[in-house]
Design a protein around this ligand. Structure first.
Ligand code: ZN
Ligand code: ZN
Length: 348
């Protein structure tokens, strides 16, 4: 089979690899679509670790084309998405249902082979953990591949307590900031205020339902957020761009007792100055979020059908031979989400 291989920062190639077989407890997936994540780009830039020689890609949808001995609950022909997390089930976080924080977590696409290949051997741990989720017949697998990033956003929005009538400020309208926008819209949140320096992305934010899409270089974002929230500040603020100098300004946008979520990852070793009294007297919750729980994955698969504009999030599609170009497209900020696609594999 043809597979994308991560060798080292800056070096991703497409090569021949042996087509995997499904051993006991495992399934083999014919990959239909795997989307590229900002974290794949961070690995490419050397800001985040992945094992040299691994097949990247953790946002994966496909069709089961072989099930190994002893596999139950998943069968050949099933259209599925994966939660790419392998978790121990025994540590404190696993017992709390927070497998995304498992102390011995391993993840497809970083530690074990992921989805930028024609086939994927899904480890027995993933199958046994219930991290293989069936996709509804009316959801195309190309959209289902967005389950992982969307589950990350659901985790972020739930951590922020965003629901009907919540005011939300989103700093950064890249693909993940825009996913926050449309999922918060689907949850009935509003007003939603987006801050984004790229005009094209502000236009998309407006078209996808942002009440305000502001240019931080030109507009008074703090004044606009306050004006839109009767002077309180936003109930929740999500920082969806990994620029640490923006943290202080994001905290300024939240109301007292509101939640600020650092959703994006940052380059390592960054120190952030802010006034701790703002947190203290405002009783502000400052948090981060990364990945999602198994249950958030399950609910996201069901939710995706109801998210407006979800079918417009992927703008760039590449066949397996052109997978390195998917990386280039993200580095150049060309379009929104990029996808490695295998046309014709949908199982319907
Ligand atoms: Zn991702
Ligand atoms: Zn664990």
């Amino acid at each position: 089979m043809r597979a994308t291989i991560f060798h080292e920062p800056g070096k991703v190639t497409v090569e021949d690899r042996g087509t995997p077989a499904a051993g006991p407890g495992e399934i083999r997936l014919r990959v239909a679509a795997a989307s590229l994540c900002a974290s794949d780009i961070r690995v490419y830039k050397g800001e985040k670790h992945a094992a040299p020689g691994v097949v990247p890609g953790h946002e994966i949808a496909g069709v089961v084309d072989a099930a190994g001995e002893g596999v139950t609950g998943v069968a050949e022909g099933d259209r599925v998405v994966l939660c790419p997390i392998l978790a121990c089930g025994q540590c404190r976080f696993c017992q709390l249902g927070r497998r995304n924080r498992c102390v011995s977590r391993r993840t497809l696409g970083y530690d074990l082979d992921g989805g930028f290949a024609e086939w994927l051997r899904v480890p027995a741990e993933i199958v046994a953990l219930g991290h293989v989720f069936p996709v509804p017949a009316d959801l195309p697998l190309e959209i289902a591949a967005l389950t992982e990033p969307s589950a990350c956003v659901l985790n972020s929005l739930e951590l922020c307590g965003v629901g009907p009538g919540s005011s939300l400020a989103i700093v950064g309208a890249g693909p993940m900031g825009l996913l926050h926008l449309i999922m918060a819209r689907a949850a009935g949140a509003g007003p939603i205020i987006v801050s984004e320096p790229v005009a094209e992305r502000r236009e998309i934010a407006k078209r996808w339902g942002a009440d305000l899409a502001l240019d931080p270089a030109r507009d008074d974002v703090l004044g606009a957020v306050r004006a839109a929230t009767r002077g309180y500040g936003a109930d929740a603020v999500v920082l969806s761009v990994g620029i640490s100098s923006l943290v202080g300004g994001a905290i300024d946008l939240v109301r007292k007792q509101g939640v600020v979520n650092l959703f994006a990852g940052f380059p390592p070793g960054q120190a952030v100055p802010f006034d701790p009294n703002v947190i203290h007297y405002g009783e502000i919750v400052l948090s981060g979020s990364q990945n999602a729980t198994s249950d958030q994955y399950r609910r996201t698969v069901a939710l995706l059908r109801a998210v407006p504009h979800i079918d417009e999030v992927v703008t760039n599609r590449y066949g397996i031979e052109r997978a390195p170009e998917a990386y280039a497209s993200r580095l150049e900020l060309n379009g929104l989400k990029s996808l490695v696609a295998f046309p014709g594999v949908d199982g319907r």
